[in-house]
Write a protein that binds this ligand. Structure first.
Ligand code: ARG
Length: 467
């Protein structure tokens, strides 16, 4: 049987299958270091408040540190028994008592597993969120560097996946930079609500012991202690919030992945992914598949799934603690693991891919991406834009019938199409309609023009320097 923290009021043993079903140790072992950290703060406070003697505190503290070292060693060596106890809290207390004797049982004075598990999860999530934020910043830096490198690499921009207007690869990458920056800020904001201490909330109604909740909150690096004991043990919206932000981040990476997959196809041929981040086919020898990007797109569903699962779990729960809440962990751990490995791999994939600038430029120069440019030119010459739109539509039809692009039309073509509206200098127009000129004329704030992209990149470099 697994070691438990209860049993006095029971006559029969728990069914073995029930024990298995009830256990959370196989996954909440992830919380081990945080559980011990929380216990160390709790016992220190019990001493300060004269609830435990100095000698007891010393003994328990020393015992907890030994338990931690032993568990770390067993986990590392791979000989840890995941069936040893009901959950991480029972495990640590049983190990402590084995180390220091019955006095170990004093650790749980004025505490419940309900506030304990909430503390553990918050310490864990604070730590993980900070790590994920660092990885996000690193990713943003890589994207910004790539954007700078490709600040002049023209490519087609798309709407409806149809060629729309020319822009640059750098500009396209900057769009993702800002999406990630918002995710970073969302994590930062979520931290404010993660970093609140429920310790001392007890089972649900606080404690009759003279606990100093502000002391343990401070000791554990929390911003403050929560103001309602029932809220403290029943709140999981800090987990939901994290999962919502993580889902949003994954959505961004999923969209980027979809584009990477398209660009890497023969049909686009805008990039070629490096061997290190692609895989082959067991039957088709020529294949080099973008599995990393596909897996990111696929795993996005899993992270969103974890968010949904926890929302469904919490939806009908009365206050305060219910065992349903044990279901808050696996999806969260899985999401944290997924997001972290992706944030490590993805920048490597981007750094090692080959950008086929010629193909991008060729695509940007064909398919009438400069039609809006021409309409704008006419509109700037006093032709109402709606009429200019109609005229340019006809010009596109004219050119496509001749299998030419707009900037390949000759003086006589322009005279024929536009003669009745405007005197055109074919040479001047050809220059205006070139891909580079078109991109650089789009110098509105946040536009793809070289100078504007440069301004934005410099500003963001500054943002990243103090991160
Ligand atoms: N393993 C439990 C969980 O993850 C710990 C809290 C148990 N509390 C209780 N009253 N049974 O939620």
């Amino acid at each position: 049987a697994k070691s438990k923290l209860w049993g006095g009021r029971f006559e029969a043993n728990t069914s073995e299958l029930m024990e298995q079903f009830n256990a959370s140790l196989p996954f909440d072992i992830n919380l081990m270091e945080y559980d011990i950290k929380g216990s160390l703060a709790h016992v220190k406070m019990l001493g300060k408040q004269n609830i435990l003697s100095e000698a007891e505190v010393e003994k328990i503290t020393e015992g907890l540190n030994r338990v931690k070292n032993n568990l770390e060693a067993e986990l590392k060596a791979g000989n840890f028994d995941f069936n040893e106890a009901e959950d991480i809290h029972s495990l640590v207390e049983a190990r402590l008592t084995a180390e220091i004797g019955e006095i170990g049982g004093k650790l749980h004075t004025g505490r419940s597993r309900n506030d304990q598990v909430a503390v553990d999860l918050r310490l864990y999530l604070r730590d993980q969120t900070e790590q994920i934020m660092d990885l996000t910043i690193n990713f943003m830096q890589i994207i910004l560097d790539l954007a700078e490198e490709h600040i002049k690499t023209v490519m087609p921009g798309y709407t409806h996946l149809q060629r729309a207007q020319a822009l640059t690869f750098g500009h396209h990458l900057l769009a993702y930079y800002f999406k990630l920056k918002r995710d970073y800020e969302r994590f930062q904001d979520a931290l404010k609500r993660i970093n609140v201490s429920p310790l001392g909330a007890g089972a649900l109604a606080g404690s009759s012991f003279n606990l100093d909740r502000d002391f343990t909150a401070k000791e554990l690096g929390f911003d403050r202690a929560c103001e309602n004991s029932m809220d403290g043990v029943s709140d999981r919206d800090f987990v939901l919030e994290f999962l919502a932000v993580a889902s949003n981040l994954m959505l961004h990476l999923s969209r980027l992945s979809e584009e990477i997959i398209l660009w890497n196809s023969k049909e686009f041929s805008f990039i070629e992914l490096a061997d290190q981040y692609t895989t082959g086919s067991s039957i088709m020898p020529q294949k080099k598949n973008p599995d990393l990007a596909e897996l990111v797109r696929g795993k996005t569903g899993r992270v969103i799934g974890s968010l949904n699962q926890l929302m469904y779990t919490i939806k009908g729960l009365p206050l305060a603690y219910n065992k349903d809440l044990q279901e808050d962990k696996e999806g969260l751990f899985d999401s944290v693991k997924t997001v972290k490995i992706i944030l490590e791999l993805y920048p490597e994939m981007l750094k090692t891919m080959t950008v086929k600038e010629k193909a991008m430029k060729k695509a940007a120069a064909t398919g009438f991406l400069n039609a809006t440019e021409l309409a704008d030119y006419l509109a700037a010459n006093e032709i109402p834009f709606r009429q200019a739109h109609q005229i340019v539509g006809e010009a596109v039809l004219f050119a496509s019938k001749k299998e030419k692009e707009l900037d390949q039309l000759q003086q006589q073509d322009w005279d024929e199409i536009l003669g009745e509206y405007l005197d055109i200098d074919a040479e001047e127009l050809k220059e205006k309609l070139s891909v580079e000129a078109a991109v650089n004329s789009h110098s509105t704030k946040g536009g793809p023009a070289f100078e504007e992209s440069k301004r934005v990149i410099n500003k963001e470099k500054e943002f990243l320097t103090d991160k």
